[in-house]
Design a protein around this ligand. Sequence first.
Ligand code: TXA
Ligand code: MG
Length: 335
Amino acid sequence: MSRILAATPEAIAQAADTVRHGGLVAFPTETVYGLGADACDGRAVARIFEAKGRPAFNPLIIHVENLEQAEHLAVFDDRARTIACAFWPGPLTLVLPRLKDGPVSDLAAAGLPTLAIRVPRHPVALALLRAFAGPIAAPSANRSGSLSPTTPLHVARSLGDSVDLILAGGACAVGVESTVLDLSEATPAILRPGAVTDEDLAMSVGAPVAYATAAAPAQTPPRSPGQLLRHYAPSRPLRLRAVDIAPEEALLAFGSVKFMGIKGGGAVRNLPDTQVRNLSESGDLYEAAANLFAMLHILDRPEHRGIAVMDIPETGLGIAINDRLRRAAESTGTR
Ligand code: TXA
Ligand code: MG
């Protein structure tokens, strides 16, 4: 089992030291826990791919302390600067042209001419970046293709001994990964939906911003490798937009289950909470996002034939939640 330390100043200093020596540190961000390494040290970055069992063509997000540090890594124009000032620190990643001869390892960028960068909002992440005083590459701290971790325990379970240190900072407030906005081309495009929505971005950009997600027609090569459908997979099949459940199914609910029935008879509201979890009884999408991965983890048990998921509105943060659920359903072979 890996070492889990409460994020005291001493533990943060120790974590920065571990990163300095090429080690792997898991740390909380406001979105999900990240698996961090020195972004400029190719070998340390390779350990991330190894620990995650991640396809090497998938580039990593580079975390920095502020815009100034980011400008040492990528090319910012006025548009990028305006957007960064509006949303950083926060759950928005910007894809920008990589600075020629910049310090970030090629492996972290997966050989692309662009770089994905963000300034996280979580105080522990910011303290770690300050203590390390350099960019940290950090994908979500889980084995590739499995659920994203929103608690230190999720990290420990998924990565075991392959992480040197886990900084514990409680459960993540947002619960889904950051919005990825591609600013490397003339037209901005959202490559991955997240808590910062198209509407939020449109205000800052001054024009509508389009989604270029998995739902969009296939491009070769994909504009973001993260668009590949195989991702975020629980081991049990997911069934989306369920209006009732089979007796052996688990239910991931959203909103009231008062009128939801079990095939063959019975009411969902009488089932034990090992079988039914509610993302948000009041239908709050922020609460739902924060609960999403943790509840999928809980329901993903062998005694359940599958996990039925109630309909979640395709608006605001609901777009990101549905994106994760659809990918999960795809990769378990059902819809
Ligand atoms: O919320 C988050 O963003 C979390 C926390 C830890 O900060 N990190 C995270 O990183 O989700 P990761 O590596 O799991 O996700 C990286 C995403 C993938 O979809 C990847 O394909 C995309 O960003 N990406 C990275 N670099 C890119 C680039 N140069 N061009 C296009 N997409 C890129
Ligand atoms: Mg991930």
